[in-house]
Write a protein that binds this ligand. Structure first.
Ligand code: FES
Length: 102
């Protein structure tokens, strides 16, 4: 018996992959992936630095509660990477501190 995947169980068909960029690097994304999932899939685990000490941050809670995963998407800062679905052509950038010039 062939193991069934979640896609098999709901008879879903995955759409074609697309690309986004992260700090200028092209990344392949599968439909439905959040920005965090896409970055993780590309081996990227941090995309923000903290105010003051500049420590790297990425996903912590993964459910939109902690705000550790903030990132700049298409020029909009403070987007929670764990909640925002990736869209074809998104320009994602590392967010430094608050993302504003402060
Ligand atoms: S990882 Fe906690 S809000 Fe995104």
């Amino acid at each position: 018996m062939t193991p069934r995947t979640p896609l098999d169980l709901v008879d879903a068909r995955r759409g074609p992959a697309f690309t986004v960029t992260f700090d200028g690097r092209e990344i392949t994304v599968l439909p439905g992936q959040t920005i965090a999932a896409a970055l993780w899939s590309a081996g990227i685990t941090s995309w923000r630095t903290t105010r003051g000490s500049g420590e790297p941050r990425g996903v912590f809670c993964g459910i939109g509660v902690c705000f550790d995963c903030l990132v700049s998407v298409n020029g909009r800062v403070n987007q929670r990477a764990c909640l925002v679905p990736a869209e074809a052509g998104d320009v994602i950038r590392t967010q430094k501190g608050t993302g504003h010039h402060d």
